[in-house]
Design a protein around this ligand. Sequence first.
Ligand SMILES: [Zn+2]
Length: 115
Amino acid sequence: MFESWFSWWDVRQDGQIANNRSRTGEVSARVSTVDDKLERLMLVNAALWELIRDSTSLSDDDLKRKIQEIDLRDGKLDGKMSSSPSSCKDCGRTIGRRHHKCIYCGAPAGGSPIR
Ligand SMILES: [Zn+2]
């Protein structure tokens, strides 16, 4: 009786361990992909800034001021670009920051084109 219960428990534990290992592998692969994309975006961002700086009168200080200005738009100087949900100008309902248009009436959300 006890022996079969322990055997069932062992099989169950082995299955859960295998599932957790599988999920850990999936998460690691996903993090690696996101990390690669982030590195690529940083490279492209640096190239774009250097092209702009070198072909205009803008300086690194101008860029720093603009970064701080945008950072402060949500009221927090935290090095992040986050915004709170806005209200739909047509129906007044809340539009999540990920949405480009109101999910209730379809009106454009407005605001920054970069979300
Ligand atoms: Zn709406």
